[in-house]
Design a protein around this ligand. Structure first.
Ligand SMILES: [Zn+2]
Length: 200
């Protein structure tokens, strides 16, 4: 996750946003097929503008999307919680399918997932190569990483490797003992600290 800036609101939303909001709210009690007809956030102009501001990447995990999966127009505050924000520009971004599913309809105003358009992400998260860690004591950043499962290591485990630098190997469990560091730091920070101390 990196800090992002919002592009100017697409003309289609400026023109139709208020109307679409009213139609969407009015359809709240209708059948899914009827509700689908008033879901306009996937409009081409909206998707293209979102793709520009995110450089074609997921706003949360930064995966490049669109080639191997369909990008989801993501509601930062879930539409299931705040239907009136379903067509509001500042509440829209792009997310990959994995982040979209992981986040689901989570919303807690007192402990929200970091908003890359609002929060200064770079001062809240620490990047160790492919691993992202949270600044000690930052509960919101910790929640963001855990809720979105931003450290994803889906490659096969158990493959022989003596690498002491490779964060992927560490996270895959080949150096489990370093994961039991003091609770005042997250496991990944300690993992890297241990590795650093062992590398000449
Ligand atoms: Zn993602």
């Amino acid at each position: 996750m990196r800090t992002l800036s919002k592009e100017p609101e697409p003309q289609i939303l400026l023109t139709h946003g208020a109307q679409w909001t009213q139609e969407y709210l009015a359809a709240s009690g209708m059948a899914a097929a009827e509700k689908k007809k008033v879901e306009k956030w996937g409009h081409k102009q909206i998707r293209e503008t979102l793709a520009t501001e995110t450089s074609g990447r997921c706003a949360y995990c930064e995966s490049r999307i669109g080639h191997v999966s369909y990008p989801h127009v993501e509601h930062i505050i879930p539409k299931s919680r705040r239907a009136e924000l379903a067509h509001v520009w500042w509440n829209l971004t792009t997310a990959c399918e994995v982040c979209n599913i992981a986040k689901a309809d989570y919303w807690d105003a007192t402990l929200a997932i970091l908003n890359p358009y609002v929060d200064e992400v770079e001062s809240r998260l620490v990047f160790w190569g492919d691993i992202v860690d949270w600044v000690v004591g930052d509960e919101q950043a910790e929640l963001t990483i855990k809720k979105l499962k931003l450290n994803r290591f889906d490659w096969p485990t158990g493959v022989g490797c003596d690498c002491l630098r490779c964060a992927r190997c560490l996270s895959a469990g080949r150096h489990r003992r370093v994961q039991s560091g003091p609770s005042s730091r997250s496991q990944y920070g300690w993992m890297l600290l241990m590795v650093t101390s062992r590398v000449p």
